[in-house]
Write a protein that binds this ligand. Sequence first.
Ligand code: NA7
Length: 541
Amino acid sequence: MNPNQSSSVRQVDAVVVGAGFAGLYMVKKMRDDLGLTVQAFEAGQGVGGTWYWNRYPGARVDSQAYIYQYWFSDELLGEWDWSERFPAQPETERYLNHVADKFDLRKDIQFGTRVTSAHYNETAQRWTVTTDGGQTVEAQFLLMGSGGLSAPVVPPFRGYESFKGQCIHTAYWPKEGVDFKGKRVGVIGTGATGIQVIQTIADQVGHLTVFQRTPNYTIPMRNPKYDDAKRAALRTEYPVLKERVHDTFAGFNYDFTDRSFLDIPFEERQEMLQKLWDDGSLNFWIGGFREVFFDEKVNEEVSNFVRDRIRVRINDPQVAAKLVPSDHGFGTRRVPLENKYYEVYNRDNVELVDVKATPIDCMTEKGIRTSEGEYELDILIMATGFDAGTGALTRIDIRGRDGVSLNDAWSSGTRTTMGLQVHGYPNMFMTMGPFSPAAAFCNVPTCLQQQIDWITDCMQFVRDQGRQAVEATAEAETNWIAHHDEVAQMTLVHKTGTSWYMGANIEGKERRLIPYAGGANTYRKACDDVKARGFEGFALS
Ligand code: NA7
C-alpha cells in the first residue's frame, strides 16, 4: 500500500460517477476488459441516468432505437426487442436495467449516493472521492459518467418559495406520476422537453398555460411500431450500422449529402427537403445539407420550408405568429421531434403566453405574474433545461494538482482536451465533456461508446508502460481548444448564440459553443490518431 493511503479508506482502481449509458459501459469495460476493481456511485435509486430521472409525461428518445443502443454485445443486440422507432422513457429505462442485470453490473454500483468531491493527491497519484453519505474511497482513476444534460436548471424567479401549488422540474419527475385531471397547469419552456410534455398532457389537464420565450423549429416524428419481421430486418443491418454510426457527422446512420444546395435547381432541392421531412426523424437536420449550418442563404430557405409547415397547422394566425420561429435560423438550436404539438394550440383549454413580449415578473402564491397579469395555477412544470456540458462537473468539488478546483480553473474559460481530459487533472476522464461532439452534436450512445473505448485503451496504455498517471498536456489542450473554436466560429449556431449549446441559458456562463462542431466522424479520427501516435499530447508519469 502507498504510504499516503490511510488503511481505513476503501481502495479501488477506478471510481465511476453515474450509472446511465456511460457509467454502465464504463463499469463493464473497467471490470471485464481491464480487470480493475471498480466502484460506481449513482445518485438515483436505479440505473438509467437521463432515462431514470426524466420520467415526465411524453419523455421519448429523438434518435431511432436501433442506433440508440450499445453495440458491444451481439448477444444483447440479438435478444433485445425494441417496440417502436422512437421508444418512450420507460422502454429505454427497461433496456438499461436489462443491460445492468445481464452483465451483472449492479454489484459494483452504489445507488442513492451522490459524489460530492474528488480531490487529487499528487504524491499518491490517486483520487480521494467523497459522497453525500460521508463515505470516502480512493482510486487511481476517476471516470465521469455524470452526463452532459443532468444538472437541471430552475430560473431564479422572484417569489419562487411563495407558490402554494406543486412545482416540478421535468428532470425530477415523481415516480408515482402526477394527476392533472381538472387542474390548471402551467409549463415554462418549449425546448425538446417542454414540447414533449405539452403535447402529451394537453388533453389530460383542465387548463394549460404555456409560457414560451423562444419558439423552436421542430420536425414531425414518424414513429411506427415494430413487429418481429421489422426487428429481424433491423438485426441483419446491425453489423453494418455499428460501423456506420461512427462514420457520420452526428453518430446517426444517415449523413449529409455531398451535393451543394444552391447548385441544385429550386424545385429539385425542395423535393429533396420534402423527402427528408417525410422521414419523420432528425434526418431532415443532420442527414440533409451541411450548408444549413454555415450558409445563411441556404439556412433561410430551409427555415422557410419548416416555417410554412408549422404555420398551416395552427388555426389562429396570431397564435401561429408566436409559434413560428423568426429570430434564428433552422438548426442553430436543438431541433426537437414533435407529435401533434401545434394542434394543441387549437384546443380551447390551451393558452400560449409569449414571455418574451410580456416577461415573467415573479412567482406568486397563486401562480405566475408576467408584465401583463397573473396566471393562476395548481401545477407548474419547469421544462427549463440544464446547465449543459459543464454543470454536472462543476457541481462536484473537483480539485486537481495543487488543489486547484475545476470551478476556479474554468472560471476564466472552459478548457478540455477533446472533451476527454483537463490539464491539471491527471487520471480524470470525462464523457460528454465540453468540446467533444458527445456534448450535444451526436447520437449520444454512439459518441459515449467511442469515448469510453478510447479511455479504456488509454488506461491500458498507462498500465502497459508501467506508469501511474496520464494527463493532457497544456499544449495539446491549447491546440484542441483553438481548433474547436475555429470550427465553432464558422457555424451559424455560434452566430445565433442563444441556445444551451452556447451556454446562453445560464446567466453568467461563458458564451462558447459547448459541443465540438467538426463532426463525430472527424473527432473519432482525431482520437484514433492520438492513440496511434502513442497517446500524443497526453503525458505519462
Ligand atoms: P432547453 O432546450 O434548454 O429548453 C428550456 C426551455 O425553458 C426553453 O424554452 C427556454 O427558453 C425556457 N426557459 C428557460 N428559462 C426561462 C425563463 N427564465 N423564462 C422563460 N422561459 C425560460 O431544455 P430541454 O429540457 O427542453 O432540452 C434540453 C435537452 O435535453 C434537449 O435538447 C435534449 O437533447 C435533452 P429560451 O429558449 O431560453 O428562450
